[in-house]
Ligand binder design. Structure first.
Ligand code: FAD
Length: 297
């Protein structure tokens, strides 16, 4: 296989780079090639190369909603966190895909724009937030994002409207069209800076009181099953504290799995399967993962 570092000396690329250095769970094997594009042109160059050479391509944002298996990721992985510009034009905030969602909420606050407070503590990137329709405390990305620029697998760049993004519960059309989010525009409303700041502070305090933010995790592991709460089912099944290797169902928030002691992706997957089987047996409810499990075994 060609050496991508020599092929693209102008782009930052690492070979056999352990992804546990980047994932929020602190787990995951190496990416064959991990590239850190700084511009849309660099993304396009790498995507074109991968497609011409049948190299599997994976895109990561902040890796806060992912479990990368211990075998790592085959082919080329792009991590977009160096594309992190945020611009405010009137009541619109335009953020590149790799910008932190939290920084985007801070930019909105600092320009006295309301509508993104709900995301003040969501640790993903803007691209990941669009892909997942990230949401919290009654807010959803769906209600703030007016459009996003997408690089489609055929190499074309398309501006997709909110309707075309087809947001649903932890869903957007990017999950089906396999595009790469390049940037997103949030259409917000002028508001009172102090009120916006107070709301963000309140939500972050609620989050810190409920969630095990002092330990590595990937947030809520399971989607909310219709008519139930995943955390409550897991709590009622007596699973809090259940441990496999170094991964444990959080004793603070049953919906989280925390890395308490050098846990591996395999430990995470074992805990997930045990939780799914136990909840199914006890309550007849199937828990579907919200977190995405990718990579080689
Ligand atoms: P990643 O984990 O890097 O990727 C997730 C998926 O998105 C992958 O399939 C990836 O391929 C895809 N993706 C990422 N970027 C792009 C892109 N530019 N183009 C195309 N595809 C892309 N989530 C919530 O919704 N609400 C919460 O309140 C919340 N709280 C959390 C708290 C903690 C402590 C943690 C660790 C996580 C939490 N999460 C929450 C989960 C996570 O932060 C969100 O799902 C976030 O939107 C994921 O963004 P990311 O950049 O980390 O995506």
């Amino acid at each position: 296989m060609a050496n991508l570092i020599m092929e693209f000396p102008e782009i930052e690329i690492k070979q056999d780079e352990p992804l546990m250095r980047y994932t929020y769970t602190h787990t995951g094997g190496p990416a064959d090639w991990l590239a850190f594009p700084k511009s849309v042109d660099e993304v396009k160059t790498l995507v074109t190369y991968a497609s011409a050479h049948q190299l599997p391509l994976t895109v990561l944002g902040n890796a806060s909603n992912l479990i990368v298996r211990d075998g790592g990721i085959e082919g080329l992985t792009l991590i977009l966190t160096k594309m992190d510009q945020i611009t405010v034009n009137g009541d619109e905030v335009v953020a590149q895909a790799g910008a932190s969602y939290i920084d985007t909420t801070i930019a909105a606050r600092d320009h006295s724009l309301t509508g993104l407070e709900f995301a003040a503590g969501i640790p993903g990137s803007v691209g990941g937030a669009i892909f997942m329709n990230a949401g919290a405390y009654g807010g959803e990305t769906k209600f703030a994002a007016s459009k996003a620029t997408i690089l489609l697998p055929d190499g074309t760049i398309k501006e997709m409207t909110n309707e075309e993004l087809d947001f649903g519960y932890r869903h957007s059309s990017i999950q089906e069209n396999h595009g790469i989010v390049l940037d997103a525009t949030f259409k917000l409303t002028p508001g009172d800076r102090d009120k916006i700041a107070a709301k963000m502070k309140e939500l972050n305090e609620r989050r810190a009181a409920k969630q095990p933010l002092d330990l590595p995790s990937c947030g809520s592991v399971f989607k909310r099953p219709t008519g139930y709460f995943a955390g409550k089912l897991i709590h009622d099944a007596g699973l809090q504290g259940y441990t496999s290797g170094g991964a444990q169902v959080s004793t603070k928030h049953a919906g989280f799995i925390v890395n308490i002691d050098h846990g591996t992706a395999n430990d995470y997957v074992n805990v997930i399967h045990h939780v799914q089987e136990t909840v199914k047996k006890k309550f007849g409810v199937s828990l579907e993962t919200e977190v995405r499990i990718i990579g080689r075994n």
